[in-house]
Design a protein around this ligand. Structure first.
Ligand SMILES: C[S@@+](CC[C@H](N)C(=O)[O-])C[C@H]1O[C@@H](n2cnc3c(N)ncnc32)[C@H](O)[C@@H]1O
Length: 278
């Protein structure tokens, strides 16, 4: 028979398992315990001598994290733009830097002074960008595509959670193929990593079609730049790799965009661009 473990002992065991994979093993152990027991920090603190009943289940979750699986896939929860979303292995775990793309889109939409706008997002993934924009901008409508059925199913759960079914329409299609709506703005955080890039362990759990953008990495972004020109949208906003500024600048100039700028992330790296059709 296995020994009865208290909450305190279980957290210590978890910390030990996580110490090589995480910079914050105590914090991650606590997140997993709170998730499994459905309690908050103060409960754990006040009941630390109580038995941790689902100990074996807890340790199996901790071991998944110990193999570098993103904690968000284990808890099916992710926080983005101060809101909580459902997440699962079919979609990329939202990254904090993508919040900056939202800020750039909102800033440029405000300058347009238009009442009703249609935004198209290419590669909606879990839905975080389109959902946050729809919540921040009550007059916009969104059409969003993805080539992954699994990602679209996750987006659907999140769209329902925020009751946005009437304002965000999903399409299982590449780019905007077959979407005939009159689109004002295109935005995308597409896959932009080179196919030959050796990814680290946590990324191995994420869908390949959400990460790799072609031989060079920027190929999907180039296609999106072409599409934005062809569809004559008011502006295009995209996230990109930190080393893609020159290639994107050349692609934008080649397609006749004259009015564009690049924005940086909080680490000071080039992270995306906004290009206006003049
Ligand atoms: C980097 S993830 C971004 C997901 C989400 N928008 C976010 O910011 O977290 C890129 C998404 O684009 C999708 N995708 C890849 N190529 C695509 C294409 N040609 N057309 C539409 N979606 C595509 C992937 O399946 C994935 O869900």
């Amino acid at each position: 028979m296995s020994k009865i473990k208290s909450i305190k002992e279980a957290l210590n065991d978890a910390k030990e398992i996580l110490k090589d994979i995480s910079d914050t093993p105590k914090k991650e152990a606590t997140i997993l315990a709170k998730y499994l027991l459905n309690v908050d920090d103060s409960y754990l603190f006040l009941h630390e001598e109580d038995e941790f009943k689902p100990y074996n289940k807890f340790i199996s979750l901790v071991k998944r994290r110990g193999k570098a699986e993103p904690i968000e896939y284990i808890t099916n929860r992710v926080s983005f733009y101060s809101r909580e979303f459902f997440i699962d292995r079919g979609a990329l775990v939202p990254r904090p830097e993508t919040e900056l793309l939202i800020d750039e889109v909102v800033k440029n939409i405000k300058k347009l002074n238009s009442k009703e706008l249609c935004i198209a997002e290419i590669g909606i993934g879990s839905g975080i960008i389109s959902i946050v924009l729809a919540l921040l901008l009550p007059k916009v409508r969104v059409v969003a595509s993805d080539i992954s059925k699994d990602a679209l199913n996750i987006a659907k759960i999140n769209i329902k959670r925020y009751a946005l079914e009437d304002r965000i329409k999903l399409y299982h299609t590449p780019y905007l193929k077959g979407i005939d709506e009159d689109i004002d703005i295109i935005l995308s955080n597409p896959p932009y990593v080179s196919n030959s890039f050796k990814i680290d362990r946590p990324l191995e759990y994420e869908p390949k079609e959400a990460i790799f953008g072609g031989k060079e990495g920027g190929e999907i972004l180039f296609d999106i730049i072409n599409l934005a020109k062809d569809r004559g949208v008011k502006f295009l906003a995209c996230e990109m790799g930190y080393d893609q500024k020159i290639s994107m600048q050349n692609a934008l100039l080649d397609r006749g965009f004259k009015d564009f700028y690049f924005y940086k992330d909080l680490a000071g790296l080039d992270r995306g661009f906004v290009a206006k059709n003049s």
